[in-house]
Write a protein that binds this ligand. Sequence first.
Ligand code: MLT
Length: 331
Amino acid sequence: MSRALPRSIAAVSGAILAFGIAVAPAAAQTDYPRKNITLIVPFAAGGPTDVISRIVSDHMSRTLGQQIIIENIVGAGGTTATTRAMRAAPDGYTLETGHMGTHAAAVALYPNLAYKPDVDFEPISLIAGTPVLILARKDFPAKDLKEFVAYLKTNVDKLNMAHAGVGSVSFTSCLLLNSILQVKPTSIPYQGTGPAMNALVAGQVDYMCDQIVNAVPQILGGTIKAYAVGTAQRNPSLPDLPTTKEAGLPEFEVSAWNALFAPKGTPKPIIDKLADALDKALDDENTRKRLLELGSDLPDKAGRGPGPLAAKVKSEIARWTPIIKAAGPTN
Ligand code: MLT
């Protein structure tokens, strides 16, 4: 015997089913987040991206009422993790902290990059600007930037430079430095500048270009040398450190940035909720203090949210592509 439903009932059930499918994602968006969120950090624990991510996610977890769990995925200068983040489900439960390297410089450094930073992600917001410093081991034989430059030019065959892989801020910044000075040191990659900094402190490597967040404690503790900061103004956390312009190398102007991204297609209400939680973190006195003490440069209200980050990614790809091409082969 046929068990077919009368046509009118079938039509109503079809409509309910269709309505159910249509409203399910919307309901999931309004009660977001219902479980822990994974925040992918594309470098080793203890480095600048990790430290910044932990500071802001701590406050964001409280605002969102769910824990943000950091997952460090290393490799290929941050591009392995960024590819993973790009392929994650666009449901707000996998995010990434990207930066000037992963979401700008990598475009020119990897001709076959699996993702397009300005197309394959939903920008959430800038977290912090992170000026880049020229650093060396504690006993490096140069007392200021002029001597450092002269020493590098005459001894480069004996020197090595630490970085966090092709695609990282440290690699890209020193690529610019080495290209200005026309030197090619031995290049030593680490899985992040957390471990690279340990090698610099131990005197196993000679120099590095790193984000300020990773260097302030070591500079203040006297375990490494800092020659200059690549920004137009001195940094309040290191007021005695000259700018590269003051120290005689104005061509080296680099300030990196870290930002929050979600996979393309993550619904707007979720992006807005995350941007709002980050905004609250950046307004929180204790969170601000922790980031500012490490030398970060915090975006003002107008510089936060998806719009300014989308513009930043585009302008940074445009800035770094010709610099990297002019520097020539990266190996
Ligand atoms: C890190 O967290 O290790 C850095 O952001 C690496 C870099 O880009 O230099």
